[in-house]
Design a binder for this molecule. Structure first.
Ligand SMILES: [Zn+2]
Ligand SMILES: [Zn+2]
Length: 238
């Protein structure tokens, strides 16, 4: 975790993963605590002991998942006889979003943007190529579709695609062999509402074609992502 502090939302996907692994027996809150602790490795403030209690802030956050009915509210899990069980909606949520949270962290997206993109009602979410090996096949296929769509969308009639930062265009620099050499960057975590009629058209607004160098630069500083405006200004000021 970049900030060191784990939020209640951060617990959702790891909890669902724990429920997938314990599909038959379900998981009690005590077991969940241990499983999440092992996976998420809380540190700093999260390990601070609560006044007058034997446990720390992290345990409190896990307990709050239940007291706030965080998973039940979205229909992702049921709680019965002291144990959480995964619902079919929870299972499909994991298939759609599993691995994406890590991938978005690796891309440097801020917490709020991540939260915004990981909601059960979203049907499509996309990730950048090579940003995570943990995502499900469904996500990879959807991301690939978006990428292909974006490449067509950004290309001119001759197949040339220019970098939105510096204007680099493959075939101008290297000749025919580099026609269409470009990377598709996600300015924001891309998520599209399930009921949207044109999810790809909708998603394209959050994408930008960048040459490999500019793309490296916007992700160069760990934990943040440079905006296209900043990128252009950086180039202009150099
Ligand atoms: Zn560029
Ligand atoms: Zn990017």
């Amino acid at each position: 975790m970049a900030s060191g502090l784990i939020t209640e939302s951060d617990l959702v996907l790891p909890t669902l993963r724990a429920l997938v692994k314990n599909a038959d027996a379900g998981v009690s809150t005590t077991e969940l605590q241990l499983l999440l602790r092992e996976e998420m490795k809380p540190q700093g403030e999260d390990l601070a002991l609560l006044e007058g209690r034997g446990d720390d802030k992290f345990s409190q956050k896990v307990r709050n998942l239940k007291s706030h009915d965080r998973l039940e509210r979205d229909g992702l899990a049921d709680f019965a006889d002291g144990r959480y069980h995964l619902t079919p909606a929870g299972k499909s949520f994991i298939e759609k979003f599993g691995g994406i949270d890590e991938s978005y962290s690796a891309q440097g997206f801020p917490e709020n943007d991540k939260k915004e993109a990981l909601r059960p009602e979203f049907e499509y979410t996309f990730i950048e190529e090579g940003s995570s090996s943990h995502v499900s096949r469904t996500v990879r296929q959807r991301s690939k579709r978006l990428r292909e769509y974006a490449l067509k969308f950004f290309a001119d009639k001759d197949g040339r695609i220019s970098c939105e930062g510096c204007g680099f265009e493959g075939s101008t620099a290297y000749g025919k062999v580099a026609l269409g050499l470009i990377e598709i960057h996600h300015k924001k975590p891309v998520a599209v509402h399930g009921t949207s009629k044109k999810p790809l058209k909708e998603a394209i607004k959050d994408l930008s074609p960048l040459c490999p160098t500019c793309h490296r630069l916007v992700h160069f500083k760990k934990g943040t992502v440079m905006s296209i405006e900043e990128l252009k200004k950086t180039i202009a000021d150099a």
